[in-house]
Design a protein around this ligand. Structure first.
Ligand code: ZN
Ligand code: ZN
Length: 231
C-alpha cells in the first residue's frame, strides 16, 4: 500500500523538511495532558532510558512500521545505542500517544533550522538521558518502538516492519526478503532481495505513470482501457 499523505509528511520531517509550528504545545496532541478519568485507552507503555519520560499508546497496531536506513541517523542517532546503522520506526496519529511523565524533560531539535525550540517538524528526545523518542510532524509522529515495554511476542509482532526505506544509504546488508526501497517506499526503486511480486507491481506502476505523462490528461480514458487490457 502506498503511504498516505500525512504519513509522508512525518517521514519528510524525519528527512529534514522545514515547516511552521505552534506555541501552545501542552494543550495539543501529542503532548495534551490527559487526566486520570479521561477515556484514553492505554494499550502499551514506554519510556526513555532514564525513566523521566513515560508515555502510553492507545492504538493496537501502528499505521505503518518500517526500517529506515537514511543517513540522518548517522548524525542524529535514533536509537539509544549511539550510531545505530538503521532505525525501526512506526507511525502513529498524534492522538494515539499520551505522555504520563516528563513533559518538562522533553527536548526538541529542528534539524532543518538547527534550533531547539518547538517548531514542526522536529525531533523529540529526553533532555536528560538523550533517548530519541519520536519525530513529530504536523499530524503524525514517527515513534521508535525500541522504547516500548512489550508484554509478549504477540504484541511485538504487531510492530514488525514491512519494508526498508533509503536502503541505498545502508551501512549493513539485511537479507530478510522484505521490500527494499532506494528512497521513500512507494516512490523510489526496489533493489536487492525485494520480493519479485512487489518488484513487478512497482514496474507496472512506473510504466503506467510514464504512459500517463506521455499521453497527458486528455487520454485518460484510453489509459484506463490499456490498464484493463493488461489485467
Ligand atoms: Zn530520559
Ligand atoms: Zn530516515
Amino acid at each position: 500500500m502506498a503511504p498516505s499523505k500525512d504519513e509522508n509528511t512525518v517521514q519528510d520531517s524525519h528527512h529534514n523538511d522545514g515547516a511552521e509550528g505552534k506555541d501552545a504545545w501542552k494543550k495539543k496532541a501529542p503532548y495534551l495532558i490527559h487526566d486520570k478519568n479521561s477515556d484514553f485507552n492505554a494499550i502499551y507503555e514506554g519510556g526513555c532510558h532514564c525513566g523521566k519520560v513515560k508515555f502510553q499508546l492507545s492504538r493496537e497496531k501502528p499505521l505503518a512500521a518500517k526500517y529506515c536506513h537514511c543517513t540522518t541517523q548517522i548524525y542524529l542517532p535514533l536509537s539509544p545505542n549511539l550510531g545505530a546503522p538503521f532505525q525501526w520506526a512506526t507511525i502513529f496519529h498524534k492522538e494515539d500517544i499520551n505522555f504520563v511523565r516528563g513533559h518538562h524533560d522533553l527536548g526538541w531539535y529542528d534539524s532543518g533550522e538547527k534550533s531547539t525550540r518547538h517548531k514542526l517538524p522536529c525531533k523529540v528526545s529526553c533532555a536528560y538521558c538523550r533517548s530519541p523518542i519520536m519525530d513529530e510532524g504536523r499530524n503524525m509522529i514517527l515513534l521508535f518502538p525500541t522504547l516500548l515495554h512489550f508484554k509478549s511476542e504477540e504484541e511485538k509482532k504487531r510492530f514488525a516492519p514491512t519494508c526498508h526505506m533509503f536502503y541505498n544509504q545502508r551501512v549493513v546488508d539485511i537479507k530478510d526478503g522484505l521490500p527494499k526501497w532506494t528512497g521513500m517506499d512507494g516512490k523510489s526503486d526496489l533493489i536487492e532481495d525485494s520480493p519479485p511480486d512487489v518488484v513487478r507491481k512497482r514496474k507496472r506502476e512506473i510504466e503506467e505513470e510514464k504512459e500517463k505523462e506521455k499521453n497527458g490528461d486528455k487520454d485518460e480514458d484510453e489509459n484506463e482501457d490499456n490498464k484493463a487490457r493488461k489485467k
